[in-house]
Design a protein around this ligand. Structure first.
Ligand code: DAH
Length: 344
């Protein structure tokens, strides 16, 4: 072979090697190309150089230089491709796995948590009915959580089995009702407030109980307030929250801090997908009652002059009802696949 033929062979090999290198999609493929082209004994460049012996001593240096150039270029190309493939592998994607036809991921859009949304909606309705919003501490004393609310400490609710005590006589409030007492201590009537907030109980975490949950408390105190005000206001709330045709039922119940006490149930009218309308079952949505005179006396109010009513409800339960969620725990797990459904 003449020197010109060898140089042509080297250049052809260079072109072929560069094309093959840029087509690789895995590091293992690249390594076998390295052996094919640059391998010391069986490599193709070494193979061509074996023909050097047939050349005259004057021709050898030119071919030798060209062979070295091609080796350097091919070696450099293999290293470069190696770096590219390593970068792709660390993203868990090779060239073949990448699907550029997939629709782009949309931007993340935040949404209100469904339970927060329920609290906000309850708040808006009561604000429009003339209520102010107040708050109280989550760590409170036995006095505010139980005794001032006419609940003796030997009442089952005050038992350590149900209540999370922090230290002697200080606990995590088991309901928002202590905010009633704190509000009455701080203000003279007339009072019209709601108090949303976290409450804590020693409950097992299951589909309908979580050890921490939200409540919304309501309290109205004035001269001449009667059960009619309670019924009218809570009925109005129910129709604004669940729709104008919602029916409301008051069932006798017992709470130590109200007398008489009731459970409030609602029956909703829902429109089905086929356009028909259907009544739901009666669903219990809150506890309520006329504030017990003993509670008024505990805060130094004149129970002959003032009367009032109160309620407590669970916005988590309201959110479950509204969105057809069967397991309260979904609201706490914060799985975006679940919560994303509520983002508008
Ligand atoms: N505090 C009660 C509870 O946690 C709920 C409640 C019932 C609050 C009646 C009230 C009320 O203000 O009048 O179970």
């Amino acid at each position: 072979m003449s020197d010109l033929n060898l140089i042509k062979a080297l250049r052809d090999l260079e072109r072929e090697a560069l094309a093959a290198i840029s087509n690789t999609s895995a590091l293992t493929e690249l390594e076998s190309l390295r052996v094919t082209y640059l391998g010391r004994s069986g490599g193709r460049i070494s193979g061509i150089l074996r023909g050097l012996g047939e050349l005259s001593p004057g021709e050898r240096p030119t071919v030798g230089q060209e062979a070295n150039r091609v080796k350097t270029v091919v070696k450099g190309a293999i290293e470069e491709r190696g770096r590219e493939l390593t970068a792709h592998d660390s993203e868990g994607m090779s060239k073949e796995q990448r699907d550029i036809t997939l629709p782009a991921r949309g931007p993340w859009r935040g949404g209100m948590h469904p339970v927060t949304e329920a609290v906000n909606e309850i708040w808006k309705i009561f604000r429009n009915l003339g209520f102010a919003r107040v708050r109280g501490p989550e760590a409170d004393t036995e006095w505010y959580n139980f005794e001032a609310l006419n609940t003796p400490l030997d009442h089952p609710a005050a038992d350590e089995q149900d209540t999370l005590y922090l230290v002697e006589s200080v606990l995590l409030r088991s309901h928002t009702s202590p905010v009633q007492v704190r509000t009455m201590e701080a203000h003279d009537p007339p009072i019209r407030v709601i108090a949303p907030g976290w409450v804590y109980r020693r409950d097992t975490y299951d589909a309908t109980h979580t050890p921490a949950f939200l409540q919304v408390e309501g309290l109205v105190i004035d001269e001449g307030v009667t059960f009619v005000d309670l019924k009218a206001t809570l009925g109005e709330f129910a129709r604004r929250y669940w729709g104008p045709e919602t029916q409301v039922r008051f069932r006798p119940s017992f709470f130590p801090f109200t007398e008489p006490s009731v459970e409030v149930d609602v029956k909703q009218i829902v429109s089905l997908e086929d356009g028909t309308r259907q009544e739901t079952d009666w669903l219990e949505v809150m506890g309520a009652g006329m504030v017990d005179p003993a509670v008024l006396e505990n805060v130094g109010y004149d129970a002959e002059r003032y009367t009032g009513w109160a309620f407590g409800m669970g916005p988590g339960r309201l959110a479950m009802m509204r969105h057809g969620v069967g397991d309260l725990r979904r609201f706490f797990e914060n799985d975006v696949r679940f919560l994303g459904q509520f983002a508008q």
